[in-house]
Design a protein around this ligand. Structure first.
Ligand SMILES: CC(C)(COP(=O)(O)OP(=O)(O)OC[C@H]1O[C@@H](n2cnc3c(N)ncnc32)[C@H](O)[C@@H]1OP(=O)(O)O)[C@@H](O)C(=O)NCCC(=O)NCCS
Length: 315
């Protein structure tokens, strides 16, 4: 078995390995290219593969945050100079696979140490939302490997989905929507006429959402995929569906800080779900939210389908 860095011809084999090992979080070619090969912080020196007889047996993908995301609106890099990131290991949950995982983990940690990182996170780096932690029920072997090697769970990230078969906005939320409308609140789809107001809203409240929104605009996404909330002329909320080509994936959701706790968020979620049922969707899901937001999304019928441990370790 040889452990080496990723080479050009490996990428399709990595996707095959990913789908065998992280089988409940499958990846496809476009997403792999977008999330890894095009990721500004990707570094093949932190991407280790274990090869035997031309076959990939395992991989560890680690990287440092050196650049902001495309569009540069996040501005988080400076806060993450001490931290390195690691995708859950691509290993089989057999004794040999776990043993290989230990070796790959050491390689990744020593790469990150060499880059001056003091902690490793698996994996709090938001743009990689294809898999940001390890579900202990789905991957018990990988989960145990991390805990046995000094990783502690810093939080759990929840994936939730809503069954939209027979969805209609509940009477309680319809009531909320009526009372919001009396306060001059409206729900609109994207229009270029709103661009300056949209920009101001994102830059002030959610700079990170600007990347998601820009992607929609440059890929000419249908306007109805982007839902804005206005109070009078001002934009006070945003959400979207079709997340980077995953049609029934929804989010992010955001309400202006001055407008929170007025039930506007749950009204906005309901409006988005109603909109996608009109397109014939039977489900909606998202991959990550914090514990305290489970209740918020539950108001519109979302239920947890994965709970992923976000691990951290001092190195
Ligand atoms: C999450 C968010 C959209 C909620 O919008 P909101 O208009 O403040 O929420 P609502 O007033 O509709 O709240 C509905 C329910 O969820 C609960 N809730 C909302 N936000 C909550 C939070 N951050 N923590 C705990 N509970 C929350 C409310 O208490 C309320 O419960 P109740 O009806 O039992 O009293 C808003 O807080 C926000 O934009 N946060 C920052 C961005 C974010 O975290 N987005 C989600 C991840 S993409």
């Amino acid at each position: 078995m040889k452990i080496r860095n990723l080479e050009s011809n490996d990428w399709k084999k990595v996707i095959t390995l990913w789908n065998q090992t992280l089988w409940a979080d499958k990846i496809y070619e476009d997403l792999f290219i977008q999330k890894f090969l095009l990721e500004p912080n990707f570094d093949r020196n932190g991407f280790f593969v274990a090869e035997e007889n031309g076959e990939l047996k395992g991989a560890a993908i680690s990287f440092c945050r050196v650049f902001d995301q495309p569009w540069g609106y996040e501005g988080l890099t400076a806060q993450q100079l001490d931290k390195g990131f690691l995708v859950p290991l691509l290993i089989k949950e057999t004794p040999e696979g776990i043993e290989l995982g230990r070796t790959l983990l050491e390689k990744a940690e020593s790469y990150l140490k060499g880059k001056g990182r003091k902690t490793v996170s698996v994996c709090e780096y938001n743009p990689l939302f294809c898999i940001n932690g390890v579900d202990r029920n789905i991957y018990p072997g990988i989960h145990a490997l991390f805990t046995e090697n000094g990783y502690t769970e810093s939080r759990v990230s929840y994936s939730m989905k809503a069954d939209l078969n027979k969805f209609k906005i509940s009477d309680e939320i319809l009531e909320i929507i009526s009372s919001l409308e009396r306060e001059n609140i409206t729900f609109i789809q994207y229009s270029p006429d709103e661009m300056l107001r949209i920009r101001e809203f994102f830059m002030k409240e959610f700079p990170r959402f600007m990347g998601h929104f820009t992607y929609k605009i440059i890929t000419k996404a249908p306007a109805e995929e982007m839902l804005f909330v206005k109070q009078g002329e001002e934009i006070v909320g945003y959400c979207q569906y079709n997340y980077y080509g995953q049609p029934d994936r929804v989010g992010p959701f955001g309400v202006a800080s001055s407008m929170r706790s007025k039930k506007l968020g749950q009204a906005m979620v309901a409006k988005l779900l109603e909109r996608i049922t009109c397109r014939g969707f039977q489900t909606a899901y998202f991959l990550s939210c914090r514990d305290e937001l489970r209740h918020f999304y539950g108001k519109n019928g979302f239920e947890v389908f994965k709970g992923k441990s976000i691990f951290e370790k001092q190195i």
